[in-house]
Design a protein around this ligand. Sequence first.
Ligand SMILES: NC(=O)c1ccc[n+]([C@@H]2O[C@H](COP(=O)([O-])OP(=O)(O)OC[C@H]3O[C@@H](n4cnc5c(N)ncnc54)[C@H](OP(=O)(O)O)[C@@H]3O)[C@@H](O)[C@H]2O)c1
Length: 286
Amino acid sequence: MRVLITGAAGRLGRQLCRQLADNHDLITTDIVGEVSAKVDLTDYDACRRLLREVAPEIVLHAAAWTDVDGCALDPQRALSANGLATAHLAALTSNDSIPMLYISSNEVFDGMLGRPYSEYDRPNPINPYGYSKWYGERAIAQVNPRHYIVRASWLFAHGGGNFIQAILAAAGAGRSLRVVTNEVANPTYASDLATAIARLIESERYGIYHLANDGAVSRWGFARSILDCAGFAETTIEKISRHEWQRPSLPPEQTALANFAGASLGLRLRPWQDALRAFLDAEDSD
Ligand SMILES: NC(=O)c1ccc[n+]([C@@H]2O[C@H](COP(=O)([O-])OP(=O)(O)OC[C@H]3O[C@@H](n4cnc5c(N)ncnc54)[C@H](OP(=O)(O)O)[C@@H]3O)[C@@H](O)[C@H]2O)c1
């Protein structure tokens, strides 16, 4: 297939390119990095020109402004980058009956349900990043019937800029660690997610999917496992609540994702502990 990947220079985008390169004709876009076309997706005319030139058979939309604290400080920009850009692509793909896959987030939920969220649970975002991602979900669901909405959580990928590398850098430098106990979700290896997406787009079973590594853990528990797996078992981590970690965006408390729809198609991601070990092994061998 001729596949247009947005956010291709990002954590997930890079893995999607790697996963799909052998079997598909890829066209990549982002506002940064080495891509086929540099396009700001908040510009409708630029999106229109891009789709006309590329004529994709499917659009995988992984671009987003993922700085959740930045989104809290500038909600209008968040709505534009995450909501409006998605609405542009949704309208343009719909006009030409092109399927579109949108990556969304566990942060569309308020975290108050008391059990893992299934695809049919009702979103109720509590911060501007979550609201902007939900805006994107509604835009695509309303206009393009050939849509996949894939919610993911706590992505980690090779190439830097994630929680695992931040924890290991702090431990390696001997800095004291304080990590939140009451924020719970599924850590997800971007490579595993990209593999699942590659299979999902072959299915033509449109709808909402929760594709995250299996099992949930608190930020503190995740940090503890990272240190234990990477040889820092002696390093202690202070337990704090999310209200003690002062930041502009308040994350929802319990947003573990339950994979119901994907599992019915045989799409299951391995437990996050196995994914973490695979990630650390791959980092070591680089
Ligand atoms: N990271 C997570 O933990 C997580 C969890 C759940 C869901 N997700 C979702 O998964 C998707 C991929 O996340 P990721 O972590 O791979 O993100 P990422 O590494 O931040 O990559 C996203 C890319 O999109 C670009 N971008 C931002 N605004 C744009 C615009 N207006 N036009 C074109 N490109 C733009 C970004 O550029 P800049 O770097 O310059 O902003 C970046 O290169 C996103 O939809 C995100 O919301 C992420």
